[in-house]
Design a protein around this ligand. Structure first.
Ligand code: DGL
Length: 282
């Protein structure tokens, strides 16, 4: 019997990339979902590693930094859409970015307080985030709007984002440090216990197995990455230009504002299908 040879189907793809932005490697948790949902899109990942960690930046300075960075990133990469894969940035600067760049659709990543409030059975929910996200009025407004009937504890972790960075580069994390950072998330009140922890920093899903292991009791850990990628997909225009093999012609790249990512980071992003690139603008 003759083998069937199928012609490669032409797929829809846009040459303008989807840009994903974070202070470090945390946004890769969103990128891996984006890849699954939009395999024919070209991705540009931007890590503002020269500014990492965002968690304890003063708000006005961080806002100005990110808006300025985006004027260069948009000029250089002309993204069809920009995904701010960072809660610390989104809760601060999303409105400014939309106002400054009205032609670029922005998708933000903000603490998944609404789904947590819908899902909790005990009514005790914790939001694990950077100190910056915990401080934001935006986060407080989300609680007020969606979780007024729950007891929501905001837990600002000074160390977890850096622990996740180190874990992704070196493959090692101090479990006792993870245990100590997540411990304040666990509340017991009148026979009820916390049953949901919102991972409100895109770095944290990389450590979720260690969190499960060191948690005092099982909880649901909410990672919004897939929902963010779905939202981005829903905003992308359909583009019917055919492309060979369904693959974008230009490679997916990772841009680092430090201009000199460590070899371990270059290797890490390669594992996510990204070629480390230098940028003329950052
Ligand atoms: N990944 C970032 C977030 O989602 C923050 C990490 C940091 O820069 O502190 O909030």
């Amino acid at each position: 019997m003759q083998p069937t040879v199928r012609k490669a189907e032409s797929v829809t793809v846009s040459e303008r990339p989807v840009l994903l932005f974070d202070s470090g490697v945390g946004g890769l948790t969103v990128l891996r979902e984006a890849r699954v949902l939009m395999p024919d899109r070209r991705l540009v990942y931007v890590a503002d590693d020269a500014g990492f960690p965002y968690g304890d930046w003063e708000e006005a300075a961080l806002r100005a930094r990110i808006v300025e960075l985006f004027s260069k990133l948009i000029a250089e990469h002309d993204p069809e859409i920009a995904v701010i894969a960072c809660n610390t940035a989104s809760t601060l600067v999303l409105a400014d970015l939309r106002a400054a760049f009205p032609d670029t659709p922005f998708v933000g990543t903000v603490p998944a307080i609404k789904p947590a409030a819908e899902r909790t059975r005990s009514g005790l929910v914790s939001v694990l985030a950077t100190p910056g996200t915990v401080k934001r009025q935006y986060t407080r407004d989300l609680i007020h709007e969606w979780a007024a009937k729950c007891h929501v504890r905001l837990v600002g972790s000074v160390r977890l984002a850096a622990l996740a960075e180190a874990y992704m580069r070196e493959g090692f994390v101090d479990e006792e440090a993870v245990r100590a950072e997540i411990a304040p998330c666990f509340m017991e009140e009148g026979g009820r216990r916390t049953d949901i922890v919102v991972l409100a920093c895109t770095h944290y899903p990389f450590l979720v197995n260690r969190m499960r292991k060191t948690a005092p009791w099982p909880v649901d850990w909410i990672d919004p990455a897939e929902a963010i990628a779905r939202r981005a997909l829903s905003l992308l225009a359909r583009d019917d230009r055919p492309r060979r093999n369904g693959l974008p012609e230009q490679p997916d790249i990772a841009v680092f504002t430090s201009q000199s990512p460590a070899p371990s980071v270059v290797k890490l992003v390669r594992g996510f299908g990204l070629q480390a690139a230098t940028s003329s603008t950052t």
